[in-house]
Write a protein that binds this ligand. Structure first.
Ligand SMILES: NC(=O)c1ccc[n+]([C@@H]2O[C@H](COP(=O)([O-])OP(=O)(O)OC[C@H]3O[C@@H](n4cnc5c(N)ncnc54)[C@H](OP(=O)(O)O)[C@@H]3O)[C@@H](O)[C@H]2O)c1
Length: 312
């Protein structure tokens, strides 16, 4: 049996989508300098996109916002070479504010963005679309008649979108959206990892509703993958002294157990049964095999006990 067939798949919440516990995130194929502190060229981006669709992970995440379409465009180049999304793959994208128009979030805007995603990705139907960063408007305006939610729900009714989710950084606001019961899936990002577990209540609320739960940025945007010395950035900004200190302590515990910090960070999310998919961002083809190795790295229970003391 090929490696691809051996990977576990699980239903993404109450959707019929069968996903790998690891989703490959592609913000890096669009955003670079401002968010991650480096840039990548077209060749590296396309090599990464091609590697993603070669598997073994069958789940890939993008957004219209990433590089204002660049991530979707680059994935689209790889998808066209393959004649479309490979069988068994699940692709999620996100629709929300318009960076070209004062970051505004409105019904026409999200409709236009979804149409552009279809075009850039070369996909007529989008399996999973998340309402992206609704904090750029008010909850009332987003959910009002004629608002962005209704626009996305309309596209779902037409079959353009199969499933609708919500992705938001602000935890109390995200919880409010989850509690509407209108969304089939949720993305928490940068708020549930070895450095912070703020998103805990959202994960619990989503699980109670049978929603698909995607936990993005298990490395806190890179510090837990590359280490605090090499990459002292957290949540897309310079890390605070407190975060750096915590990351160093976690790294020291991992070193004592002979475990890479990245393996512990990835598995912290993977081992939580409420999380259906952990979304790991990459901008290099070799990250696929590295992620596979990190996800399988043997971790003794003693390490979890020690990191548990540090993060409690
Ligand atoms: N609003 C939302 O819904 C939302 C928000 C944020 C993120 N996301 C999604 O979640 C994904 C993950 O978030 P993120 O990328 O910001 O944070 P992350 O997954 O915590 O960290 C990504 C960083 O870790 C590095 N990395 C990954 N594997 C590595 C390895 N094996 N060795 C060394 N470095 C490694 C990557 O470096 P390289 O670039 O060098 O590969 C990248 O810079 C995004 O791509 C996006 O799809 C969604």
């Amino acid at each position: 049996m090929s490696e691809q067939l051996q990977r576990p798949r699980r239903p993404f919440g109450r959707t019929e989508l069968l996903v790998d516990p690891i989703c490959i995130g592609t913000a890096e194929l669009g955003f670079t300098q401002k968010s991650y502190g480096y840039t990548i060229d077209e060749e590296r981006a396309l090599a990464t996109a091609r590697a993603i669709f070669a598997g073994p992970f069958n789940f890939v995440d993008t957004a219209a916002l990433y590089g204002d379409g660049e991530s979707e465009r680059r994935l689209g180049v790889a998808l066209r070479e393959l004649g479309g999304l490979p069988a068994g793959f699940v692709l999620s994208t996100k629709a929300g504010r318009n960076p070209q128009k004062d970051e505004s979030l409105d019904a026409d805007g999200v409709r236009r963005v979804v149409e552009r995603s279809q075009r850039l990705l070369g996909l007529e139907r989008l399996q999973m679309v998340f309402l992206h960063d609704p904090r750029f408007s008010t909850f009332e305006a987003v959910m009002a008649k004629g608002g962005p939610f209704e626009a996305l729900a309309g596209l779902r009714a037409q079959g353009v979108i199969q499933h609708l989710g919500v992705a938001e950084l602000d935890v109390p606001l995200l919880r409010r959206y989850v509690e509407t019961g209108e969304f089939e899936a949720v993305i928490t990002h940068n708020r549930y990892n070895l450095l912070t577990q703020e998103a805990e209540p959202v994960i619990a609320a989503a699980q109670a509703r049978g929603m698909g739960v995607m936990n993005a940025a298990p490395y806190g945007s890179g510090i837990l993958a590359k280490g605090p010395a090499a990459f002292p950035r957290f949540q897309y900004h310079q890390a605070t002294p407190e975060i750096l200190e915590k990351a160093r302590r976690l790294e020291a515990v991992c070193q004592r157990h002979g475990v890479p910090l990245a393996a512990a960070a990835l598995q912290f999310s993977l081992r939580d049964p409420r999380i259906h998919a952990t979304d790991v961002g990459i901008s290099r083809p070799e990250r696929i095999q590295q992620t596979l190795a990190l996800s399988a790295w043997p971790i003794p229970e003693a390490l979890w006990a020690e990191t548990g003391n540090l993060i409690a």
